[in-house]
Design a protein around this ligand. Sequence first.
Ligand code: ZN
Length: 703
Amino acid sequence: MAIGTVVVSAVAWLAIAYFRHTSTFALPRNSNENILLVTIDTLRADALSSYGGPARTPNLDRLASSGARFTFAHAHTVVTLPSHTAILTGHFPYETGIRDNSGFRVHDGTQTIATRLKALGYATGAFVGGFPLTKRFGLTPGFDVYDDQMPEQHGAIEVSMPERPADQVVARALDWISKQQTKYFAWVHLYDPHSPYRPPPDLLAQYRSQPYYGEVAFVDRALGPLFNRVQSVSRPTLVIVTADHGESLGEHGEATHGMFAYESTLHVPLIMADPAGPPRTGHVYDAPVRHIDLLPTILDSVGAAPDPSLPGRSLRDVFLGHPAPDASSYFEAMTYNLVRGWAPLRGVLSGREKYIDLPIPELYDLGADPKETNNLADRERDQLPVLTNLLRTYNTAPPDRPGRESAEAAAALKSLGYVSGSAPARAQYTEADDPKRLVAIDRDLHSATDLFQDGETDKGIALVKSVIARRPDTADAYITLAYAYWEAGQLSEAIATLEEALANHAPDRDVRIRLGLYLAESHTDPKKAIAVLEGMSAEDVEALNGLGVAYGDAGRYADATRTFDKVLALDPTNGIAYQNLSSIVLREALDSKSPADRQAKLQLAEAHARMAITADPSLADAYTTLGVVLSTSGRKADAIDAWKRAVSLDREQFNALYNLWLELAQAGRRDEAAQFGRQFVSTAPPAFFASDIAEVRRYLGAS
Ligand SMILES: [Zn+2]
């Protein structure tokens, strides 16, 4: 009897152990599975309905209900490019060197999930929805396909970031996935929840007071066909969904993200599942997990050897119930240090404790205070040194400012009367430099942008000027102000504003590139534009395109061609570079004395213009340039078609409008000529087109 009892209880114990073993997420170990990584930009962990949030997200909820859902996953930074670089490389931002969106490019030769899986025989495809992850920023290594075509990617001098809606990105990914015969790694990046929040009409109606959540619901809807596809194929697919960072939505005085690293932006959702596998119960994990753990988990899941040089670790340990006890996490927010000279924000998570290292230090117990309303730094004086020491185990050197100019470039600038170089990064920051003390600056700059968008230009200008008066080294304030002047056709004010920023020692990289671009695009002083842009950034696509334009205006065609070729090496589908090459070759053709050479150059110019259109079918400027090439080649009817296309894509193609008027007037097609002529005189800015407007007016008056 006693023996029987023992046997029975042993069976029961084994059964319980077995149950415990299976009642966890079974991370595969399968070298033949597909990997699908979905990163949803700007997605708060608490937005999804599976996390108790207000957005209706049935597709992501279904995934979570059959897989693993993590309640305490964290990013390492709160902006798009650095965070995605951390996810894809498995390294902290100070290791990758990518600290902000602007001014950084992932180094060639960087190992990523794509390079590692490609080496293991995977087909690899990236499908990105937002400008900060386009090819020019260098996350392309290892991808067979890197699909980043954004609509309306006009050029450098824009305020809002070009983006592509989630359903379009998913459609491109599905198209590629359906063609794969072997195992694949697909990375799908959806940008929609990033501001501005503009969900489609039905979701706007449902989420009228909170359109952000409408964008989240839209992303979930767009993901439905992708998850269905994965479910319908026989090959297992490990699906991983996370966010690069969240969105503050006004918490702690922050409207969007980038300034702070509170949980509203640092805490991210994380879901893993295999929709093609047998139906399973979902599991929820509260252990701390980090973005740097994703790459080791993927390597583990496909049966690859672990890489000891990676700082993260496979989540298999979490699934098996013994997470690493020492898995602390480093995080940072460096944008405003780089563009506004504010104190750099760094911190560390240890268990549920969170320490933020700023001139006014912060310590939170996230278990008791998940909204970080109760700063314990003053009260917990014993715990503070423990966490500051833990933070010091990570590299906390201040970020290197990108684009530091060469001595030659600095001398060239000085000869033009510019103050050279911003104040060096400071060794000490005071409480006055703490972002917590500067939320009003950030709020006013957001309000100013809203005012400009609403057409309240004067009010916006006054508000930005008040920011500059309070904090004269706020580089992005000058850039915003200069843009407002530029848009209003006040070119000299735009340029003077940026010169003032240099004189006030604002962090200068973005300021100088913008100044160079305005100088280049106004075509007034190419020598000055060249002096400002040369040597500023060897790897900045916008700066290089501006520099090439200035070389062209200065008659330095070989330098211009070399510069545009450099852009294409960095960003092989950069339509603007092809279009710029076309206009350089066109100018060389016009200068050419030999008819055969001229003919060959015109053909090359046409080929470049058509490459530009292939690279970016929405690039109206390319049609305008193509029209000029065709007209010069004597193909007048084709030229008129190209210009009409340019004008239909973009009402502000003033050169195309003028050319249409001229060509049609010369052909005696008076009605059509008058139509385009009227459009030209009523829309073209007099600052650029005064004499052309006068000429067309005379024609219209006479006709
Ligand atoms: Zn982002």
